[in-house]
Design a protein around this ligand. Structure first.
Ligand code: ADP
Ligand code: MG
Length: 401
């Protein structure tokens, strides 16, 4: 494990203490059932470590966007039940977040017991990081553990505010996310290859700026590639081009040239007259896009070019799909890149909501060093921003409490 500059649960004594653990149980649900429990599973190592060490574990999470009100369908009881199944021990679902019911439930915990407080976003003070709510929450525990990487880019009461009241350390998932991505950015084994795709240049400007000069190669795909190709003067037909970002694309190309970062764009593309699985698709050279057709994926020659660089990489960071992977006709570029990343013997990191979904669909996720649980958070991390939920944690080397 790569060391991080923050203290973790290994640095604190937890036996007999009430440990408030912010986890990210914001899982997709349909008709009351959890459709993907990845985020719950990702929190298990920290929860297990704490209960085995004799902590009284109090889990805090949000689910969905209840906007400060109780929304029945967003209660955490089904998640507590699912977690109990994963851990093989009981998990108490507390029907309130703060207040005397929550306090009583926590007072009754024995060492090693686990409870889950009600959805923290039922409280208006959560997203507002309201000092009174922060104080109420902090009064429930002796120690704060942040394991919610996916929410660490938000300065909310349970992700940031609380860390000013209690000794605050990182959980094991947080340590892994920050450690692996931090090392990849700060001290990558070379060649360091970044793959950036997805829809808009404007969503990823910060990431591109931060990677230019750090990465040896930046490989571009997705609709974003269309904007870069347009910036180079190619006629993009009916493709999605983010007109307002063409000037930025020109600027990033110039920065990359200056910094000596090899900036790779597709040389062939998969085009179709409409975005439908049964649309007649064709592979064309970047200079041969018919006026009435749109580029919806990178072409096979580009997949091979990118694949050679990726299989030789010492470090890969991938954010953003190479095409409209949701439609099988336009998924080959993303699948091809996923195979190359999986084949790479170096450190490989995949982040971003749609990128991770695309990767999971290929069944190759277990051949990736680290698949980030944070979409927005991983993006901000790759932009080089300090995440508030990480900044508030105790620095390594500061006095133990
Ligand atoms: P992530 O969530 O991994 O950060 P983004 O949200 O930036 O990724 O982009 C994903 C979206 O981009 C997908 O919905 C995909 O269909 C779309 N996309 C990718 N390539 C194209 C393209 N050539 N034309 C239109 N949309 C595209
Ligand atoms: Mg997305």
């Amino acid at each position: 494990m790569v060391g991080i500059a923050k203290q973790t649960i290994r640095d604190v004594e937890v036996r007999g203490r009430r440990v408030l653990v912010r986890v990210d149980f914001n899982v997709p649900m349909k008709d009351g059932a959890i459709t993907d429990d990845t985020r719950i599973r990702a929190a298990v190592p920290t929860i297990d470590a704490l209960r085995h060490a004799g902590a009284r574990v109090v889990l805090i999470s949000h689910l969905g966007r209840p906007d400060g009100k109780v929304v029945e369908s967003l209660r955490l009881a089904p998640i507590a039940e699912h977690l109990a199944g994963l851990l093989g021990v009981p998990v108490i679902a507390v029907p309130e977040t703060v207040g005397h019911v929550a306090k009583a439930a926590i007072d009754h915990l024995h060492d090693g017991d686990i409870c889950v407080l009600e959805n923290v976003r039922f409280q208006a003070g959560e997203e507002a990081n309201d000092p009174a709510f922060v104080a109420e929450l902090a009064a429930l525990g002796d120690l704060f553990v942040n394991d919610a990487f996916g929410t660490a880019h938000r300065a909310h009461a349970s992700t940031e505010g609380i860390g000013h009241h209690l000794p605050a350390v990182a959980g094991l998932l947080m340590e892994r996310e920050v450690g692996i991505m931090g090392a990849a950015l700060a001290d990558p084994v070379r060649p360091f290859v970044a793959v950036v795709g997805g829809k808009k240049v404007s969503d990823k400007i910060g990431v591109l700026r931060n990677l230019v000069g750090r990465a040896d190669h930046i490989l571009i795909g997705g609709a974003m590639a269309n904007t870069f190709l347009a910036a180079q003067g190619h006629a993009m037909g009916a493709s999605y081009v983010e007109q307002s970002a063409v000037a930025t694309a020109v600027e990033i190309l110039a920065l990359a040239a200056q910094a000596g970062t090899h900036f790779e764009l597709p040389t062939d593309l998969v085009v179709a007259p409409r975005l439908e699985a049964d649309a007649p698709s064709a592979v064309v050279d970047v200079d041969g896009i018919p006026a009435d057709q749109m580029a919806l994926d990178i072409g096979p020659e580009t997949v091979v070019r990118y694949g050679v660089l990726l299989r030789r990489a010492g470090t890969i960071i991938w954010n953003g799909p190479m095409g409209v992977f949701e439609v099988p006709t336009f998924a080959s570029g993303t699948t091809g890149v996923a195979h190359a990343v999986a084949d790479c013997p170096g450190t490989t990191v995949v982040g971003g909501g749609d990128s991770v979904a695309a990767l999971e669909a290929t069944g190759l996720a277990d051949r990736i060093t680290h698949v980030s649980t944070g979409g927005g958070a991983s993006l901000e991390f790759l932009e080089g921003k300090v995440l508030p939920g990480v900044a508030v944690l105790r620095d390594r080397g500061s006095a133990p409490r």
